[in-house]
Ligand binder design. Structure first.
Ligand code: LLP
Length: 412
């Protein structure tokens, strides 16, 4: 459910006309719905009420400071993967003890920043990283709380670029090396193992791979106990999918119930790191048709949004639903919706059936709230888009559109 709906044939974001926003703030334009963000967070979080748990929103999905503040006010903890994301989460007012830090290549400076802030735990992805954390924590006179990210070798049945929990992936440690890493912590003065972690992939549309991973982690938990290690947290990562097209992802309550059944007698606090399921359908990207063009085999809609603004179609072949901002009811045609960037890979949709669209009209790309703006770039020296948050009839500029001056601000 989201709050982007037509009223008398015109698209609204909550109480505000999308056309009016596009006229005032220009295009391409990201528009987020505050009510949708909050509802998604609460629906997700409450799905796990049967368990002692902490929901750590995954900042990479949408890291706008206003979005993070809004979620922090709803009670969210955060999952960060860089010093920059940690900086944002702290700026947004997230208590450090609700922050977990994942990622395969944390630098010493980033480890230092996280220790100074006092985060809940590092999800450690190699033995070398463990050694580094122990060393940095020692320098600061602190004890770092850690989980080992266990790679359970489970196929999440999703796009290969966003599968993370298989043997061939760079993430985490296999079961055997994980056990070695936990044993290493027993001889370390500045590291304390407090949890187990895994994240097997993103846009999962079935809960079975999660449950398969969980079974492996629970078996591993028994081994840890036999080794004399008592942990408190079980971090299951993120990855729950959303509906872009015709997928039918499980509702968080289905996941919550399955976890509650499996974990009824397990005295661990569960951590969840949802990103897409909170942010994805909370945002749209609006773009204007600059030109139309047809050749003998194709109709093109050349729009002012491009792969630098929303890279998912180019990078993963992802589908984003496209709709008119004002319904005209013209006859349906097949279009390639392409951006102005000098690459054939610059498209937002291919061979897409849409009602006849004319030059100057606006299109909305749905499900753009996650991995949309955060993956945007300045390629072709295109200033990045403006981000708005609509809350009822209020509009907040969450990020100003970049200017040409911004493009060169850090250059000689
Ligand atoms: N936790 C960890 C350690 C992660 O690596 C990720 C996502 C998440 C949580 C959140 O996963 P989510 O709930 O959003 O599925 N750019 C890709 C998605 C990459 C996901 C990377 N890791 C896309 O546009 O589909």
């Amino acid at each position: 459910m989201h709050h982007f709906e037509y009223r008398d044939g015109k698209l609204f974001a909550e109480e505000v006309s999308v056309t009016e926003l596009a006229v005032e703030y220009g295009t391409p334009l990201y528009i987020y719905s505050a009510a949708t963000f909050k509802r998604h967070f609460q629906a997700f979080d409450s799905a796990f009420d049967g368990l002692d748990h902490l929901t750590c929103y995954s900042v990479k999905a949408n890291s706008n400071l206003s979005v993070l503040k809004m979620l922090a006010e709803e009670g969210a903890g955060m999952d960060v993967v860089s010093g920059g994301e940690l900086f944002r989460a702290l700026k947004a007012g997230v208590p450090a003890e609700k922050i977990v830090y994942s990622g395969v290549g944390k630098r010493a400076s980033e480890i230092r920043e996280a220790l100074a802030a006092g985060i809940l735990m590092f999800n450690v992805e190699s033995q070398a990283e463990l050694v580094k954390i122990n060393e940095v924590a020692g320098e600061l006179g602190k004890v770092a709380q850690i989980s080992i990210r266990i790679n359970p070798d489970v196929d999440p049945q999703t796009h290969p670029y966003i599968s993370t929990g298989m043997k061939k992936n760079k993430f985490g440690l296999d079961i055997e090396n994980s056990l070695k890493a936990y044993k290493m912590t027993m001889d370390m003065d500045n590291v304390e193992a407090i949890g187990m972690d895994c994240h097997i992939g993103s846009q999962l549309t079935n809960i079975d791979p999660f449950l398969e991973a969980l079974d492996k982690l629970l078996a591993f938990y028994e081994k840890l106990k036999e080794s004399g290690l008592e942990i408190k947290y079980l971090d299951l990562g993120g990855g729950l999918g959303i509906n872009y097209d015709e997928e039918e992802p499980p509702h968080p309550t289905e996941f919550g119930k399955a976890l509650a059944d499996k974990l009824a007698d397990v005295p661990l606090t569960v951590i969840l790191e949802p990103g897409r399921v909170i942010a994805g359908n909370s945002g749209i990207m609006v773009t204007e048709v600059v030109y139309t063009k047809s050749n003998p085999t194709k109709n093109f809609l050349i729009v002012d949004g491009a792969m630098n603004d929303l890279v998912r179609p180019s990078l993963y072949g992802s589908f984003h639903r496209i709709g008119e901002v004002v319904l005209h009811g013209r006859e349906v045609k097949e279009y390639d919706v392409v951006g102005p960037i000098c690459e054939s890979g610059d498209f937002l949709a291919r061979e897409r059936e849409l009602p006849g669209i004319e030059q100057g009209e606006l299109l909305a790309l749905y499900s753009a709230g996650a991995y949309g703006f955060t993956m945007s770039s300045n390629y072709n020296s295109r200033p990045r888009a403006c981000e708005l948050i609509v809350d009822g009839d209020k509009v907040v500029v969450a990020r100003k559109r970049e200017t040409y001056e911004d493009l060169i601000a850090n250059e000689l």
